[in-house]
Design a protein around this ligand. Structure first.
Ligand code: ADP
Ligand code: AMP
Length: 213
């Protein structure tokens, strides 16, 4: 099963993608996590990506597409995957589509987690992330057991630089301009499913499992 998560930054794509990955035993692939791991490890890719990420801009398609295609070529992707944060532009979606086409394959579901802009800034300013294992929490809605500490690996939780309100507004405008058109793109391919992302995360997951079976 090959799944794409669509939705604004902070809509809950990562939260849901992790649950999908667990339930259906497929890898969760987040381009944002791959970039952040590269930044943490001081790689050239990380240095390049950081220039864009810190300003709330998208990392150029050439770079992003390459890391994603390398990742999905791994053996663990044979039975499918859930993509979180990719594609984010029409050219990215077109490359993915044509690469899958060559293999006689396609995306099965594009799940659009729908959350209005008004809710997003609150979601993002409350988000806390573990830079070690990628787990995410919300200080009010999905708090860790111990404040500031990751439940899964015990590392410290941080507020991402790009989750500061001024960067969030920029990311939202980039989303509307460059990523939202993907909703029509996948609708035209008859794989789009929209869920209400404003409800509790367990309820959002319930809507998703009703679709995926
Ligand atoms: P995305 O991957 O789309 O950027 P996340 O999954 O990281 O979004 O979620 C953004 C923030 O909102 C996180 O702090 C997360 O814990 C919180 N969150 C996720 N889903 C919900 C929900 N259904 N209700 C309230 N908060 C949520
Ligand atoms: P995320 O963790 O998905 O919120 O992504 C964080 C940041 O990484 C984004 O704001 C972009 O700067 C960059 N990024 C992640 N995925 C992509 C992508 N598919 N295309 C371009 N930039 C991306």
């Amino acid at each position: 099963m090959k799944i794409i998560m669509l939705g604004a930054p902070g809509a809950g794509k990562g939260t849901q993608a992790k649950m999908i990955a667990d339930k259906y035993s497929i890898p969760h692939i987040s381009t944002g996590d791959i970039f952040r791991a590269n930044i943490k490890n001081g790689t050239e890719l990380g240095k390049e990506a950081k220039k864009y990420m810190d300003n709330g801009q998208l990392v150029p398609d050439e770079l992003t597409v390459k890391i994603l295609l390398d990742r999905v070529a791994n053996d663990d992707c044979k039975n499918g995957y859930v993509l979180d944060g990719f594609p984010r532009t029409i050219p990215q979606a077109e490359v993915l589509d044509s690469e899958l086409n060559k293999l006689g394959d396609k995306i099965d579901y594009a799940i659009n987690v729908d959350v209005p802009d008004e809710n997003i800034v609150n979601r993002m300013s409350g988000r806390r992330a573990c830079v070690n294992c990628g787990a995410t929490y919300h200080i009010v809605h999905i708090p860790p057991k111990k404040e500031g500490i990751c439940d899964k690996c015990g590392n410290e939780l941080i507020l991402r630089d790009d989750d500061k309100p001024e960067t969030v507004l920029k990311r939202l405008s980039v989303y509307h301009e460059q990523t939202q058109p993907l909703i029509d793109f996948y609708n035209a391919k008859n794989v789009l499913k929209t869920v209400d992302g404003t409800v509790d995360s367990a309820e959002v997951f319930g809507q998703i499992t009703a679709i995926l079976g």
